[in-house]
Structures are given as C-alpha cells and as structure tokens.
Design a protein. Structure first.
Length: 330
C-alpha cells in the first residue's frame, strides 16, 4: 500500500470514496500507539473503506510556556509509520488551511468538564483541542474517528461535543499502548533522560498499584458476599474448616481504607515515594473520577471510573490513566 500525502481539504474531498472513511487525528511524531490506532481504523474501514491520518500541530491547544516550538515535527517518518500501519492517506494541512485568516474568533467551549484536572492545569487547552477537532471533522468528513484512551479527558470531551452538537460521526476509543516497562507511549517520552525515565515509571506503577488494591478489594467482597456476614456463621465456617471464607468476611469488615479511598491511597504512596528520588517527580494531580463529567467519585460509587495521574519529571509533563469498575457484582 502506498500512502498519499495531502495538503488541502480540496485534495481530500476529490478522492473517490467507497466504503467507510476512518480518521485518526494526530499532532505527528507518530509512535506505536498511533500505529495501533491506524491498524484499528483499518479493521473498522475494511478493504473497501479508507483510512486517513491527520498530522497537524494545533497552536490553539498550547498555553503560554508550553512546548509548541519544540514539539517534534517528523512528517517523513510519520508517513512511513502510517503507511506500514495501513493508512491510505496522510492529511497534513498548513495552519492557513485549518485557520484561514488567522486564529478563529468563534471557538468551541469545553464547558465545566474542560475546567477540571487537565483543564485546571492548562486553562483553555480543551477549548483549543475541541475547536481543531471540530474543524478536522468537517474537513475530513469521516464516518468514524478514533482516539487513544491515554488522553481520557480529551476522549470524553470529544464524545460529549459530538453528542451535544449532533456531529454525524462515530467516536471510537482505543486502549492505551504501553512500553515493556509499563510507561504509556507518548511523543513526549523522547524528552526524558534515562534518569528521568526511571522516575517517570512511577506514573504507571501508581496506576497499577491502585488497580491491584481495587482488584484485591473486589475479590474479598465477592467471596464475602457468598457468606452471610454474621459472627455465628463465620464461627460455623471455621469449625467446618472453611477458614478462608471466614477470614475474607473479617478482612472485608476490617479493611481500612477500602473502595475508592483505598485505591487513591495505594496510588498516592507510589507517587509520594517518587517525589523523594532524584530526579524527583512533581505531581500535578492523582484523581479517581467519573468519566461522564470528570468529578471525583464518592465512596459508594458504582460503575465505570478512571484513575488518572499527571506529573512533571524535569521539564517534561506526562499523563496516564487506567479504567476501573466499581460494584461490578451484586
């Protein structure tokens, strides 16, 4: 397969369309995480469809002092990666093509969800992100658009925009791709020195610690639910040799902290330790949130949740998250 480089929307619109068009939006500096998105898009589009990868470094979503100028621009390498993953075309427009006449006066507002977590640390970021996503959806006219789950708040806001503003496109989230040591793939990983990278592993390690605590709690509760939580029943089980069930009942009753509080604590312990090493990790936030609105969940929460973390190591800022489900069994 030969991937075609397109610079204008007119060139893209002139292409003959057969099946579904699947679009993967990127800011370039493609890596295996992007390649996974492209391969998933290829599966969705099928042999009769078309996969388009956009490459555009959007100035609207970079705040003052952020890395717009040094953000890697590697178009030739990006085209090769897109081609190997199965893309039909790479759409790499200029800023004038996306924003004719300069920065747009009318923009998409991310609303209250866009002011939390990442939005609080990077004011205006999500307004700029949604504005360019809306523009690129109009310019590429896809049937389906794919985004990585590593940027969980971004994905949630895009889904909300598409629903609230009646965009006729299906949004697909693709699981985070990690390196062998657990670090989530990111274009910014290349900025890390070997020492900084060792510290940066604390992000994924904190998430896994929270996930492990959650899994242990849920396993205890699942077994305890099989046993009526009465002292007499526990004593009877012990007399019968069913000590594990009795111990589980006791462990669940005595476990402190449990539920969301325990998950947060397990993650925070890892991050606090990373703050004491050299070079240190500087934490922006660790949060256990409801993905529908990105507010912190309560202790009695049931359903899908996201454990999210953001931190700086040296001059590099990294984010990561992992999905969790609370109260899956009754």
């Amino acid at each position: 397969m030969t991937t075609t480089l397109l610079r204008t929307a007119d060139e893209l619109h002139a292409r003959v369309r057969g099946g579904r068009r699947a679009v993967v939006m990127t800011m370039g500096a493609l890596h295996e995480g992007h390649a996974t998105l492209v391969r998933t898009a290829r599966e969705i589009a099928g042999p009769e469809g078309e996969v388009v990868v956009t490459v555009f470094v959007n100035p609207l979503q970079f705040g003052k002092g952020e890395d717009l100028d040094r953000y890697p621009r590697t178009l030739d390498a990006d085209i090769k990666i897109a081609e190997q993953a199965g893309a039909d075309a790479v759409f790499a427009p200029s800023a004038d093509e996306v924003y004719p006449g300069g920065e747009p006066q009318v923009r998409i507002s991310a609303g209250p969800m866009g002011e939390r977590l990442e939005g609080a640390v990077r004011p205006g970021h999500f307004d700029g992100m949604l504005t360019v996503v809306a523009k690129l959806l109009h310019l590429t006219r896809p049937d389906v658009a794919l985004y990585g789950q590593k940027d969980a708040q971004q994905l949630a806001l895009i889904r909300r925009m598409v629903r609230d503003l009646n965009f006729g496109v299906e949004i697909v989230g693709v699981p985070t791709v990690r390196e062998e040591d657990g670090l989530a793939l990111s274009s910014r990983n290349r900025y890390l020195s070997p020492e900084e990278r060792r510290t940066a592993l604390a992000l994924s390690q904190a998430l896994f610690a929270g996930s492990d605590r959650h899994a242990a709690q849920e396993a205890l509760r699942a077994r305890a639910r099989e046993v009526p939580a009465t002292h007499a029943r526990a004593e009877a089980l012990s007399a019968l040799g069913e000590s594990r069930a009795a111990a589980d009942t006791h462990a669940v009753a005595k476990a402190e902290p449990g539920g969301p509080q325990g998950v947060r604590q397990a993650a925070r312990l890892v991050l606090d330790e990373a703050a004491r090493v050299q070079p240190p990790l500087s934490l922006d936030y660790v949060a256990l949130i409801d993905p529908s609105d990105f507010t912190e969940i309560e202790d009695d929460f049931t359903g899908e949740a996201v454990l999210a973390v953001a931190a700086r190591v040296g001059t590099t800022r990294l984010i990561d998250n992992i999905p969790l489900t609370f109260g899956a069994a009754s």
